[in-house]
Design a protein. Sequence first.
Length: 382
Amino acid sequence: MHLRDRIRGCLVGAALGDAWGAPVEKLSPKEIRQQYGNVDSLDVEHYRSPSRTHGKGFGRFTDDTLMNIFLCQVYQELGSHLDAYSVFPLIRKIYFEEIWVPEFQKKMPLIERLFYPEKYLFLSNYLASRDPRSGGVGNMVNCGAAMYMAPVGLVNAGDPLGAYQEAIAFAAAHQTSYGLEAAGVFAACVAASMIDGISLEQIVQKALELAKDGTKMAIAAVVDTVPKMRRVQDPESLLHQTLRPFSPMGDDLKRSPDKIGQPTENYTPSRLKSIEELPVALGYILLHEGDFMEALKGGVNSGRDTDSIGCMIGAILGAWEGVEAINPEYIHQLHQANGYDLIEIADRFTDTVIHLHKQDSIRWNCITKARKALEQQNWQGE
């Protein structure tokens, strides 16, 4: 399968999962069943403010996808791999550039749409002038950095360790603790998915080899739970029960005045916790044995942070199966609903990825040559 097809699949798949999960985000599985029965298409209205013209629903994607697009552009502008200091071009984009935001149906700086922990990128690294290598310290620990790390995985295609290290280095300006860890592991999953002939089990094994602390424990627990999920009528409840020791996320994601000031360890740094979105995504990928649409439906209907879960499922399976796994009608609907030509965006990014891969080959060849020379000198010295 051509590199271009996999990159198309990854970026389009991520956008599709994002748009699919957006209208039911923050609902529990029970609430989704009560209000929708089953979310099985893009033709779904938002439970809070149903509208065919604006807001969430009817195929409109969220900041997850817009941040993916911006990160692709950062790679294109820099023409190099990323580190923590690469956050500054991203900050310029989210604050000073006006882009079309489908939910608001207008051009605006993306920072006005971002969730508070993503606004922290601007606050910490620019306004507070923090060293970006520790810019994520103090942020609410969540999946906000992980959700747009797919381009890092694509740039490091076939090199999960390289993707993990680059995502950790770059996202340190945004996140900390298990939020940062998830960014590295998700990027590694995308990079592994690009390996020709790799199995889903091998992708998850790569994640387990690289993951640390609570993230590793949460993924391992989900892997052990998947066979049991196949035997029950309510697999999402079993999965959430499995993740309860590791995840701060419960069914009640609403913010209310009575919660203010209550002591909690939720969303605070911990070596024993994990974000929920990545283990859930891997769980549904394994449960449905790589069936793109079934895994996506399962993840979206599992409730809670449904857009980011869908985004991660779509990115990993899109990279694994290529764009052919996605119904062209969905690609057309995404284009119509959002005004972005994701195929064109993916193809431009493919050129950047190929350029970076050529740079990598030159660098690796130089390293190999230098090491062989050193080994030869040692042999002659003996």
